[in-house]
Design a protein around this ligand. Structure first.
Ligand SMILES: O=C[C@H](O)COP(=O)(O)O
Length: 314
Protein backbone atom coordinates (compact mmCIF):
# COMPACT_ATOMS: atom_id res chain seq x y z
CA UNK A 1 0.00 0.00 0.00
CA UNK A 2 1.44 3.42 -0.83
CA UNK A 3 2.53 5.38 2.23
CA UNK A 4 2.21 8.76 0.61
CA UNK A 5 -0.57 11.22 0.01
CA UNK A 6 -0.97 14.65 -1.56
CA UNK A 7 0.56 17.38 0.62
CA UNK A 8 -1.77 19.96 2.07
CA UNK A 9 -1.25 23.44 0.67
CA UNK A 10 1.09 25.89 2.36
CA UNK A 11 -1.66 27.36 4.50
CA UNK A 12 -2.62 23.93 5.88
CA UNK A 13 -3.74 23.94 9.47
CA UNK A 14 -2.25 21.77 12.12
CA UNK A 15 -5.47 19.75 12.12
CA UNK A 16 -5.18 18.96 8.42
CA UNK A 17 -1.55 17.88 8.82
CA UNK A 18 -2.61 15.68 11.71
CA UNK A 19 -5.44 14.14 9.70
CA UNK A 20 -3.09 13.36 6.82
CA UNK A 21 -0.21 11.98 8.91
CA UNK A 22 -2.48 9.87 11.09
CA UNK A 23 -4.19 8.63 7.94
CA UNK A 24 -1.01 6.94 6.76
CA UNK A 25 -1.07 3.14 7.08
CA UNK A 26 0.33 1.96 10.42
CA UNK A 27 3.64 0.12 10.53
CA UNK A 28 3.53 -3.54 11.51
CA UNK A 29 6.36 -3.33 14.07
CA UNK A 30 6.91 -7.07 14.40
CA UNK A 31 6.81 -7.50 10.62
CA UNK A 32 9.23 -4.59 10.09
CA UNK A 33 11.74 -6.07 12.53
CA UNK A 34 11.42 -9.51 10.97
CA UNK A 35 11.88 -8.25 7.40
CA UNK A 36 14.91 -6.14 8.33
CA UNK A 37 16.42 -9.09 10.22
CA UNK A 38 15.79 -11.37 7.25
CA UNK A 39 17.46 -8.97 4.83
CA UNK A 40 20.40 -8.65 7.23
CA UNK A 41 21.15 -12.36 6.85
CA UNK A 42 21.72 -12.10 3.08
CA UNK A 43 25.31 -12.75 2.13
CA UNK A 44 27.02 -11.38 -0.96
CA UNK A 45 29.72 -12.93 -3.14
CA UNK A 46 33.36 -11.88 -2.82
CA UNK A 47 33.38 -9.96 -6.12
CA UNK A 48 30.19 -8.16 -5.14
CA UNK A 49 31.72 -7.49 -1.73
CA UNK A 50 34.67 -5.59 -3.24
CA UNK A 51 32.23 -3.47 -5.20
CA UNK A 52 30.03 -2.95 -2.13
CA UNK A 53 32.98 -1.81 0.00
CA UNK A 54 34.06 0.78 -2.55
CA UNK A 55 30.47 1.96 -2.94
CA UNK A 56 30.10 2.21 0.84
CA UNK A 57 33.31 4.30 1.05
CA UNK A 58 31.93 6.63 -1.63
CA UNK A 59 28.74 6.99 0.44
CA UNK A 60 30.41 7.88 3.75
CA UNK A 61 29.78 11.27 5.33
CA UNK A 62 32.95 11.23 7.42
CA UNK A 63 31.86 12.93 10.59
CA UNK A 64 33.31 14.67 13.60
CA UNK A 65 30.81 16.35 15.90
CA UNK A 66 32.56 16.80 19.22
CA UNK A 67 32.83 19.81 21.49
CA UNK A 68 36.60 19.20 21.44
CA UNK A 69 36.92 19.39 17.62
CA UNK A 70 39.80 21.62 16.46
CA UNK A 71 40.80 23.00 13.06
CA UNK A 72 43.73 20.58 13.15
CA UNK A 73 41.47 17.58 13.69
CA UNK A 74 39.18 18.70 10.88
CA UNK A 75 42.15 19.15 8.50
CA UNK A 76 43.38 15.65 9.33
CA UNK A 77 39.89 14.24 8.72
CA UNK A 78 39.70 16.07 5.38
CA UNK A 79 43.05 14.62 4.28
CA UNK A 80 41.73 11.18 5.10
CA UNK A 81 38.41 11.85 3.33
CA UNK A 82 40.18 12.77 0.09
CA UNK A 83 42.80 9.99 0.21
CA UNK A 84 41.49 7.30 2.57
CA UNK A 85 44.36 4.90 1.85
CA UNK A 86 47.57 6.80 1.03
CA UNK A 87 49.23 3.52 -0.02
CA UNK A 88 46.49 2.69 -2.51
CA UNK A 89 45.34 5.52 -4.79
CA UNK A 90 42.55 3.26 -6.13
CA UNK A 91 40.71 3.63 -2.82
CA UNK A 92 37.79 5.98 -3.53
CA UNK A 93 37.25 9.24 -1.68
CA UNK A 94 34.29 9.63 0.65
CA UNK A 95 31.18 11.66 -0.22
CA UNK A 96 31.52 14.44 2.33
CA UNK A 97 33.04 15.56 5.60
CA UNK A 98 30.43 16.55 8.20
CA UNK A 99 31.33 19.15 10.84
CA UNK A 100 29.83 21.82 13.08
CA UNK A 101 29.12 25.11 11.30
CA UNK A 102 32.01 27.03 12.87
CA UNK A 103 34.46 24.59 11.23
CA UNK A 104 32.97 24.68 7.74
CA UNK A 105 35.47 27.24 6.43
CA UNK A 106 38.37 25.08 7.60
CA UNK A 107 36.94 22.01 5.86
CA UNK A 108 36.12 23.91 2.67
CA UNK A 109 39.70 25.14 2.39
CA UNK A 110 41.18 21.73 3.18
CA UNK A 111 38.98 19.96 0.62
CA UNK A 112 39.31 22.49 -2.19
CA UNK A 113 39.67 20.65 -5.49
CA UNK A 114 39.28 17.15 -4.00
CA UNK A 115 35.66 16.52 -5.01
CA UNK A 116 34.72 15.78 -1.39
CA UNK A 117 31.75 17.86 -0.21
CA UNK A 118 31.38 19.72 3.06
CA UNK A 119 28.27 19.06 5.12
CA UNK A 120 27.43 21.04 8.22
CA UNK A 121 25.08 20.24 11.04
CA UNK A 122 22.99 23.28 11.85
CA UNK A 123 19.79 24.46 13.59
CA UNK A 124 21.10 24.08 17.16
CA UNK A 125 22.25 20.50 16.61
CA UNK A 126 21.76 18.08 18.28
CA UNK A 127 18.82 19.13 20.52
CA UNK A 128 17.35 21.70 18.15
CA UNK A 129 16.27 23.83 21.10
CA UNK A 130 16.67 27.39 19.89
CA UNK A 131 14.48 30.08 18.36
CA UNK A 132 13.92 29.75 14.62
CA UNK A 133 15.93 32.94 13.95
CA UNK A 134 19.00 31.34 15.58
CA UNK A 135 18.52 28.16 13.52
CA UNK A 136 18.26 30.15 10.31
CA UNK A 137 21.34 32.23 11.17
CA UNK A 138 23.29 29.01 11.88
CA UNK A 139 22.20 27.64 8.50
CA UNK A 140 23.05 30.82 6.58
CA UNK A 141 26.47 31.06 8.15
CA UNK A 142 27.34 27.47 7.18
CA UNK A 143 26.17 28.03 3.61
CA UNK A 144 28.03 31.37 3.35
CA UNK A 145 31.19 29.60 4.52
CA UNK A 146 30.81 27.07 1.70
CA UNK A 147 28.81 24.12 3.04
CA UNK A 148 27.15 22.31 0.15
CA UNK A 149 24.95 20.26 2.48
CA UNK A 150 23.08 21.17 5.66
CA UNK A 151 22.05 18.53 8.21
CA UNK A 152 19.24 20.01 10.32
CA UNK A 153 17.37 18.48 13.26
CA UNK A 154 13.60 18.56 13.54
CA UNK A 155 11.87 19.94 16.63
CA UNK A 156 11.06 16.63 18.29
CA UNK A 157 9.17 18.35 21.10
CA UNK A 158 6.82 19.94 18.59
CA UNK A 159 6.46 16.68 16.66
CA UNK A 160 5.64 14.62 19.76
CA UNK A 161 3.13 17.29 20.87
CA UNK A 162 1.37 16.89 17.54
CA UNK A 163 2.40 20.37 16.35
CA UNK A 164 3.16 19.08 12.85
CA UNK A 165 2.64 22.42 11.18
CA UNK A 166 5.43 23.96 13.28
CA UNK A 167 7.79 21.13 12.31
CA UNK A 168 6.84 21.48 8.65
CA UNK A 169 7.18 25.25 8.55
CA UNK A 170 10.55 25.18 10.28
CA UNK A 171 11.93 22.66 7.78
CA UNK A 172 10.55 24.76 4.92
CA UNK A 173 12.19 27.91 6.33
CA UNK A 174 15.55 26.16 6.73
CA UNK A 175 15.25 24.81 3.19
CA UNK A 176 14.82 28.35 1.95
CA UNK A 177 17.83 29.51 3.99
CA UNK A 178 19.89 26.74 2.39
CA UNK A 179 19.73 28.35 -1.03
CA UNK A 180 21.65 26.01 -3.34
CA UNK A 181 22.83 23.73 -0.51
CA UNK A 182 21.15 20.34 -0.12
CA UNK A 183 19.08 19.80 3.00
CA UNK A 184 19.23 16.64 5.08
CA UNK A 185 16.52 16.48 7.72
CA UNK A 186 17.43 14.53 10.86
CA UNK A 187 14.38 12.90 12.44
CA UNK A 188 16.22 11.64 15.57
CA UNK A 189 14.25 8.43 15.35
CA UNK A 190 15.48 7.22 18.76
CA UNK A 191 13.29 9.93 20.30
CA UNK A 192 10.20 9.35 18.15
CA UNK A 193 8.94 6.39 20.21
CA UNK A 194 7.13 4.43 17.47
CA UNK A 195 7.69 3.25 13.91
CA UNK A 196 4.42 4.97 12.98
CA UNK A 197 6.04 8.23 14.06
CA UNK A 198 9.13 7.45 11.96
CA UNK A 199 6.87 7.05 8.93
CA UNK A 200 4.95 10.25 9.74
CA UNK A 201 8.11 12.29 10.33
CA UNK A 202 9.64 10.96 7.08
CA UNK A 203 6.57 11.97 5.16
CA UNK A 204 6.38 15.40 6.81
CA UNK A 205 10.07 16.14 6.14
CA UNK A 206 9.81 15.05 2.51
CA UNK A 207 6.82 17.30 1.90
CA UNK A 208 8.47 20.23 3.69
CA UNK A 209 11.38 20.15 1.22
CA UNK A 210 13.99 17.67 2.47
CA UNK A 211 16.51 16.49 -0.13
CA UNK A 212 17.51 13.69 2.25
CA UNK A 213 15.93 12.24 5.37
CA UNK A 214 18.43 11.18 8.03
CA UNK A 215 17.85 8.89 10.99
CA UNK A 216 19.86 10.33 13.84
CA UNK A 217 22.32 12.80 15.29
CA UNK A 218 24.58 10.07 16.65
CA UNK A 219 23.98 11.53 20.14
CA UNK A 220 20.87 9.49 21.03
CA UNK A 221 20.42 5.69 21.25
CA UNK A 222 19.03 3.79 19.45
CA UNK A 223 20.36 5.47 16.32
CA UNK A 224 20.38 3.97 12.82
CA UNK A 225 18.65 0.62 13.29
CA UNK A 226 17.84 -1.45 10.21
CA UNK A 227 14.02 -1.41 10.71
CA UNK A 228 14.03 2.38 10.99
CA UNK A 229 16.18 2.77 7.87
CA UNK A 230 13.84 0.36 6.10
CA UNK A 231 10.76 2.43 6.99
CA UNK A 232 12.48 5.56 5.71
CA UNK A 233 13.48 3.79 2.48
CA UNK A 234 9.84 2.76 2.02
CA UNK A 235 8.82 6.41 2.39
CA UNK A 236 11.21 7.64 -0.32
CA UNK A 237 10.26 4.72 -2.57
CA UNK A 238 6.55 5.54 -2.23
CA UNK A 239 7.15 9.25 -2.67
CA UNK A 240 9.00 8.54 -5.90
CA UNK A 241 6.18 6.30 -7.10
CA UNK A 242 3.67 9.05 -6.38
CA UNK A 243 5.59 12.08 -7.65
CA UNK A 244 8.59 10.94 -9.72
CA UNK A 245 10.94 12.78 -7.30
CA UNK A 246 13.73 10.87 -5.57
CA UNK A 247 14.67 11.81 -2.00
CA UNK A 248 17.84 10.46 -0.38
CA UNK A 249 18.24 8.55 2.89
CA UNK A 250 21.09 8.79 5.41
CA UNK A 251 21.31 6.39 8.32
CA UNK A 252 23.75 7.82 10.88
CA UNK A 253 24.90 6.88 14.33
CA UNK A 254 26.37 3.56 15.42
CA UNK A 255 27.37 2.33 11.97
CA UNK A 256 30.86 1.00 12.66
CA UNK A 257 31.61 -2.12 10.62
CA UNK A 258 31.73 -3.26 7.02
CA UNK A 259 29.02 -5.76 7.93
CA UNK A 260 26.77 -2.88 9.07
CA UNK A 261 27.45 -1.01 5.82
CA UNK A 262 26.75 -4.02 3.59
CA UNK A 263 23.51 -4.75 5.45
CA UNK A 264 22.43 -1.20 4.73
CA UNK A 265 23.26 -1.58 1.04
CA UNK A 266 21.23 -4.80 0.81
CA UNK A 267 18.32 -2.95 2.41
CA UNK A 268 18.63 -0.08 -0.07
CA UNK A 269 18.65 -2.46 -3.02
CA UNK A 270 15.71 -4.53 -1.79
CA UNK A 271 13.47 -1.75 -0.47
CA UNK A 272 14.10 1.42 -2.50
CA UNK A 273 15.78 -0.21 -5.48
CA UNK A 274 19.12 0.01 -7.27
CA UNK A 275 18.61 3.67 -8.27
CA UNK A 276 19.34 4.53 -4.61
CA UNK A 277 22.71 2.71 -4.68
CA UNK A 278 24.40 6.01 -5.34
CA UNK A 279 25.99 8.63 -3.05
CA UNK A 280 23.54 11.15 -4.51
CA UNK A 281 20.70 9.22 -2.87
CA UNK A 282 22.20 7.24 0.00
CA UNK A 283 24.81 8.18 2.60
CA UNK A 284 26.24 6.53 5.65
CA UNK A 285 26.84 9.05 8.43
CA UNK A 286 29.68 7.71 10.51
CA UNK A 287 32.66 8.80 12.56
CA UNK A 288 34.43 5.45 12.75
CA UNK A 289 33.28 3.22 9.88
CA UNK A 290 35.90 4.17 7.30
CA UNK A 291 38.81 2.32 8.89
CA UNK A 292 36.94 -0.97 8.94
CA UNK A 293 35.95 -0.54 5.30
CA UNK A 294 39.62 0.10 4.44
CA UNK A 295 40.79 -2.90 6.46
CA UNK A 296 38.32 -5.22 4.72
CA UNK A 297 39.24 -3.71 1.35
CA UNK A 298 42.92 -4.44 1.94
CA UNK A 299 42.10 -7.94 3.14
CA UNK A 300 40.13 -8.66 -0.03
CA UNK A 301 42.89 -7.45 -2.34
CA UNK A 302 45.98 -8.77 -0.49
CA UNK A 303 44.54 -11.69 1.50
CA UNK A 304 45.78 -10.25 4.79
CA UNK A 305 44.62 -7.62 7.23
CA UNK A 306 46.91 -4.63 7.59
CA UNK A 307 48.43 -4.09 11.02
CA UNK A 308 46.43 -2.17 13.62
CA UNK A 309 48.44 1.04 13.06
CA UNK A 310 48.26 0.96 9.28
CA UNK A 311 45.42 3.45 8.87
CA UNK A 312 45.25 6.77 10.67
CA UNK A 313 42.62 6.94 13.37
CA UNK A 314 39.10 7.92 12.28
O1 LIG B 1 25.95 12.07 11.55
C1 LIG B 1 26.72 11.20 11.96
C2 LIG B 1 26.80 10.75 13.34
O2 LIG B 1 26.96 11.81 14.22
C3 LIG B 1 27.91 9.80 13.53
O3 LIG B 1 27.64 8.95 14.61
P1 LIG B 1 28.73 7.87 15.04
O4 LIG B 1 29.80 8.64 15.78
O5 LIG B 1 27.99 6.91 15.91
O6 LIG B 1 29.30 7.21 13.83
Amino acid sequence: MPHSAPAPDTAATNASWRALLHGLPGVDEVGARARAADLATRSIKTTAKAHAIDLAIRMVDLTTLEGADTPGKVRALCAKAAHPDPADPSAPRVAAVCVYSDLVAVAVEALDGTGVGVASVATAFPAGRAPLEAKLADTRRAVADGAAEIDMVIDRGAFLSGDYRKVHDEIAAVKEACGPAHLKVILETGELATYDNVRRASWLAIHAGADFIKTSTGKVAPAATLPVTMIMLEAVRDHHAATGRRIGVKPAGGIRTTKDAVRNLVLVNEVAGPAWLDPGLFRLGASSLLNDLLMQRTKLSTGAYPGPDYFTLD
